[in-house]
Structures are given as structure tokens and as C-alpha cells.
Design a binder for this molecule. Structure first.
Ligand code: ATP
Length: 350
């Protein structure tokens, strides 16, 4: 277990009726960190969150909180709270009473309830909304109430399961920034589940990329984006061209029917590899005989760039360029050796 860990998962296996949905999860979550579990639908993000919350029991493996094993500790005793996508506010209670609910259960004195609810209303920017019925609030405002309710008893850890999933894109972007601000101002640990890569990159200190019940990579948003460990992570984090390649020797890789200089070394001689090239890293140049070139199949205007599909060497390349090209025209494609990312094939493909 690393230093300063609030939660540690060790070799967690979860099996639902013979189907293994988490297959040996090892994860250290540090105090005051914003950690995001990211991956496609069904990869096991929610199940991982529920293991931490105590709502799911692992078939094997251990859960530690502050270094103490807590496998058998019931959810309500764990020093954490959860915010779900469906915020489940009490419809018959006003905003104040929704937020105060947990404090009332704990029989906190009335004066302190009023003070703590007021602090929370300020934190989530809902000052003056205390007497409103929750049905008179927008979706975004309701979600703020849910967050305030989950934070009012000062948990050390907040679990958030796609909390912005029901909001429209604009509101979601605003709330992403709000959530990050709230987490930083309270100095508590957030574990956040999403399948939206942009959301993960925007908010997190650490991103955990998952696939089929396995962790693929753990790193900062910059690490995950710039140094993806395999083709799955590269593709999930940003659209990529992924080609089959062969590593001839250090610094020489073959793909698309030709050899290229690259900056990678340490692969086995003639190892089959994945070659990952980002659409923005392919420069469109005049077509020259003997150089990599292709035929423009389609061009779509995307606002900041044009997205082109280009056929070359039996592969449909995606290229982002600030200049449009005529569909049907021939273009040359220039790739800097530093932008050719070589990765070992994923285990199941070897
Ligand atoms: P999503 O983004 O769609 O919510 P997820 O990554 O959070 O997906 P999980 O909800 O953790 O995925 O589910 C992982 C797998 O476990 C899925 O195949 C799901 O069908 C299965 N699963 C989840 N909960 C149960 C359950 N209570 N009983 C049986 N199978 C379950």
C-alpha cells in the first residue's frame, strides 16, 4: 500500500453468477485526490465504486480504508457518501430539509443544522433556495442539492457515479468545473465514474482506464493522453489511427506497406505491434511518388478543424487538418517520427 492512501483495493475479484466482472483490481486512492474511473459501458466502473462503498462483496481480495481492512464493514459505517446519476431527492421536502436530512438522523442540534446547511448552500451556489421545493428546481440545481446533501456530514470520501449523466452538454461542462472547485475547497477525496473521456481529463488528478474488468492504465490526464500504454487506451482517450505494424529493429517500424523511422526501441526483433497515430499528427502535403499518400474519401467541417477520411494502403485514415481538401483528390501524408507511437499488442491479441 502506498503512502497517504485513503482507500486500497487489493486483488479484487467480483463474480456475478459465474460471470467475472472485476478480475484482479489493484488500486491505491490517495487522500484528497480526484480519481476518475473511466471506461466503456459494462467494464466494471460502477462495481468498483460499489466495492469501495460496501454495497458489493468481493469474491476474493481486500478493501482497506486508512490501512485497515474493512471488507466486512457495512456501508453506513464507512466514512463516505455516494452521489448517483438519479439523484433521488425527497420530493416532499424543500431544499433545506433535503440537505439537512442526514444531520437530523444524527440528532445534530438545530442551530448547527442551520449553520451547516447554510454553508452547503453557499458551497453549491444555491444561497436563497432553501425554501424551494425540489421539484421547482432545474436538473442541474437538483444535482447541486444532491451533492450538498452528500457533503453536509463531512465525509472523507465522496463516490460519484456518473452524476452529470442526466444533464445536457452545456450544463455538464459548467458542473464539471463546479465539482472540481468543490472538491478542492473541501480538500476531500472524490472517486468519480464516467464513460466520458473529456470529462475525465478535465477534472481528475488521476485517471484509471478500465476494460472488461481489468485496469488498463493509471496515470495523470497528461500521462494517459500523451503516453497511452496500449492501443485500447489510445483509442478510448482520443480518436486514433491504429495500424498493425512490425518492429524491424530499434527505431525502424513497418506499417502501411513501408518502413518508417520512429523513436521507439526495446521491442523484440520482428515483433508484431500496434502503431498509433493521432489524427492531428498527420500533416497533409503535396503527393510525391514513393512517399505515403492517399485518396480523400470524405471531408467534414468540425469547427476547429476539418476531419478527413483518407484511403491509403488498404486503411481508412482519419486526419484532422485546418485546411480542407477536395474529396477524390490525392494527398501526401507526412508523419514525424516522434508522433509514431509503438505499443505492444494487447495480451488477448498476441
Ligand atoms: P456502465 O457505464 O454501463 O454503468 P460499468 O462500467 O459501470 O458500466 P458495471 O455496472 O460495473 O459496469 O457492470 C459490469 C458488469 O457487471 C456488466 O456486465 C453488468 O451487466 C454486470 N453486473 C453489474 N451489476 C450486476 C448484478 N447486480 N448482477 C449481475 N450482473 C451485474
Amino acid at each position: 500500500m502506498g503512502e497517504n492512501c485513503i482507500v486500497s483495493l487489493k486483488d479484487i475479484v467480483v463474480d456475478f453468477d459465474g460471470e467475472v466482472v472485476l478480475d484482479g483490481i489493484n488500486l491505491d486512492i490517495h487522500d484528497k485526490e480526484f480519481v476518475t474511473l473511466l471506461g466503456p459501458s459494462g467494464c466494471g466502473k460502477t462495481t468498483t465504486l460499489r466495492i469501495i462503498g460496501g454495497f458489493v462483496e468481493p469474491a476474493s481480495g481486500d478493501v482497506f480504508f486508512d490501512g485497515k481492512r474493512i471488507n466486512e464493514m457495512p456501508p453506513y459505517k464507512r466514512p463516505l457518501n455516494t452521489v448517483f446519476q438519479r439523484y433521488a431527492l425527497f420530493p416532499h421536502l424543500n431544499v433545506f430539509e433535503n440537505i439537512a436530512f442526514g444531520l437530523r438522523l444524527q440528532k445534530v442540534p438545530e442551530k448547527e443544522v442551520a449553520q451547516r446547511v447554510a454553508e452547503m448552500l453557499e458551497l453549491v451556489n444555491l444561497k436563497g433556495f432553501d425554501k424551494r421545493g425540489v421539484n421547482q428546481l432545474s436538473g442541474g440545481q437538483q444535482q447541486r442539492v444532491a451533492i450538498a446533501r452528500a457533503l453536509v456530514n463531512h465525509p472523507r470520501l465522496l463516490l460519484l457515479d456518473e452524476p452529470l449523466g442526466a444533464l445536457d452538454l452545456k450544463l455538464r461542462k459548467g458542473m464539471q468545473i463546479e465539482l472540481k472547485r468543490i472538491q478542492q475547497s473541501l480538500d476531500i477525496t472524490f472517486v468519480y465514474v464516467t464513460h466520458d473521456q473529456e470529462e475525465a481529463l478535465t477534472m481528475s488528478d488521476t485517471v484509471v482506464v478500465m476494460k472488461d474488468g481489468h485496469i488498463q492504465q493509471i496515470g495523470t490526464p497528461q500521462d494517459i493522453y500523451n503516453e497511452p500504454k496500449n492501443a485500447f487506451v489510445a483509442d478510448f482517450i482520443g480518436e486514433s489511427n491504429i495500424l498493425d505494424g512490425v518492429m524491424h529493429k530499434d527505431f525502424v517500424v513497418e506499417f502501411a506497406g513501408r518502413k518508417f523511422d520512429c523513436v521507439d526501441k526495446g521491442f523484440e526483433k520482428m515483433e508484431n505491434v500496434d502503431v498509433v497515430i493521432r489524427p492531428e499528427d498527420i500533416k497533409v502535403v503535396p503527393a510525391i511518388a514513393g512517399q505515403l499518400s492517399g485518396r480523400v474519401e470524405s471531408v467534414i467541417f468540425k469547427g476547429v478543424h476539418y476531419e478527413m477520411v483518407v484511403e491509403s494502403a488498404g486503411f481508412s485514415w482519419i486526419i484532422h487538418s485546418t485546411q480542407s481538401q477536395e474529396p477524390g483528390s490525392s494527398i501526401g501524408m507526412n508523419i514525424d517520427p516522434f508522433d509514431i507511437h509503438i505499443m505492444h499488442k494487447m495480451e488477448e491479441e498476441r
